[in-house]
Write a protein that binds this ligand. Sequence first.
Ligand SMILES: N[C@@H](CCC(=O)N[C@@H](CSC=O)C(=O)NCC(=O)O)C(=O)O
Length: 280
Amino acid sequence: MLENISSVKVSGGWHKQYTHSSQSTHCTMRFAVFLPPGASEANKVPVLYWLSGLTCTDENFMQKAGAFKKAAELGIAIVAPDTSPRGENAPNEDSYDFAQGAGFYVNATQAPYNTHFNMYDYVVSELPALIEQHFPITSTKAISGHSMGGHGALMVALKNPTAFVSASAFSPIVNPIECPWGVKAFTGYLGNDKALWKQYDSCELMKNAEQAHYLPMLVSQGDADGFLQEQLKPENLVAIANKKGYPLTLEMQAGYDHSYFFISSFIDQHLLFHHQFLTA
Ligand SMILES: N[C@@H](CCC(=O)N[C@@H](CSC=O)C(=O)NCC(=O)O)C(=O)O
């Protein structure tokens, strides 16, 4: 059961927020959807899923990325889920990079997180089913995200290459098993078994990707991003892509940092990138 909590007209389309009771995360989840002008049951549109980063909700991308005009022009819907389970029953920590606001798009195996922190199931299965049931949106999907959400977008696409037509990311954590944010999150959610960690690591997943299931992939990265060397490491993914002939393009952008100022500067390019595959 969806509850509509806001509806605002923008760029000729509609930005709407909903809450619902989630079977994956066992709590009330909120998500946002942008419907471009003309989307209707008689004219269903394809969709870009956006996964946000640490500390975000469904609102950061929608309010700061400046995506509506181009998405309206291209006829693409956008769906932005929250980044974790929420509420007093979901465990939390006094920390910006773990627990609420930092679900890392995995299914936790470790107590007390394993009841609620099942964001992988939520974004891969539960949310798309809900979206296709309730909105004039087709099953043709692309996926993108930022930082922790960039890890989520690339990882989800690499694990489900037939479910998406294309994947992109801004400033993604490409190798979480080799950086402090990822090691902290994966230890907390998945325990000490590093074989389990590898199932959610884009570098490890790309190493095992089959050529028949390669997806077009675009990564944008600012070279003035303070997290670049310690946390993000895009060169690790590029090395694997080059070795395998995986169709990944990394665009380094001079002077840009880790913020939504960077995302808003290049979101049109990412929407155009996905549009060519969403409408092929
Ligand atoms: N608050 C933290 C840094 C938090 C931060 O930079 N969050 C980014 C995503 S980082 C990786 O996932 C973000 O998107 N923030 C929300 C926004 O609207 O900018 C610190 O103090 O270092």
